[in-house]
Design a protein around this ligand. Sequence first.
Ligand SMILES: [Zn+2]
Ligand SMILES: [Zn+2]
Length: 381
Amino acid sequence: MTTTFPAPIRKTWAMVAHAPNTPLVREELDLAAPRDDEVLIEIIASGLCHTDLSQLEGKAAPYPFPVVVGHEGAGIVREVGAKVTSVKVGDHVIPVAIGECGQCGNCRSGKTNLCEVFLSEIATQPTPFSLNGERVSAYSGVGSLAQYVVMNERNVAPIRKDVPFHLACTIGCSVATGVGAVLHTAHVAAGATVAVFGLGGIGLNVVQGARLAGASRIIGIDINPMRDAQGRRFGMTDFINGAQVNAVEAIQALTGGGVDFAFECVGNVRLMQQAFDSTRIGWGCTVILGVPADGETMPIVPFMLQLGRTVKGSFMGNMQGRSQLPGLLDHYAEGRLNLDDLVTHRLSMASVNEGFALMKSGEAVRTVVSFAEDMFKGETA
Ligand SMILES: [Zn+2]
Ligand SMILES: [Zn+2]
């Protein structure tokens, strides 16, 4: 038995990519009923992320087509399975790509967000979507460019109700990945120097994460000059136009030998190398956040590691989806995180292809789309 209001929801509108490099088209999909440990969520707002685009372009595309992309959603619980205890109908929630069972060794370690259940399912993530009996993939196990999704309870994070959905959704990927990488992967200390390669939705959140951590100097590197003014709104202290100067030399000069931490937020292996080279010998740490095209590798000369430098990476900022993620909205509500300047464009779901074009042109930082007319309101339940 499931708790249902007002009637069972077994169909959903979704924006579907049938093949790489084709426009998304609106389809009415069959939606699996939530099982005992599952939750049905009405998605009110969903942010567009670069990794969605990489899937759509077939560059870093782990999910078979047809696929519903989107993994940065926020919405309202509409049905819960009989064994679900931590959320109820009407709750505002974020569907999280990496679940948190709370019981496995990894969840209890306090060191990683990579729940062992997630790791065991990573190649076979379930999807609630089908069309004429054929499976339709849900990107990242979420597929939030849909009106409704069904998630396991461990992939559902309840959030406070006073943050509008079009801002709240951003914590599901870009804010978690960027801010989390600073606080939960690199553990940037007060006074540290930081370089951020790529000032898109992830990079600007690394910038504001570094500000939150008390970094003394936050250097942003991008080839888009618009990112200079945008970066400063999030706490960036210096901007380097990577198209005009040698970024590594410029960072070495600004910091007298290199930064304590460098973050790569693009997924370009050449930039990863530059990030590594811009860190200080002795203790400099490079954090890899960008997702390169399938099959690309980053070469490292072992001697460079013997000089005390390290390379780390994280998935969703190493933030645990249920116990840590919702706290990011407290930072927003209390004025420590800027989400308002992150969401530069808001579109109806019918214009989602335009949203991806805005991303490719570099005009948008985050575009948020919705099927719901009321995505810009706070409480709608
Ligand atoms: Zn993402
Ligand atoms: Zn777990």
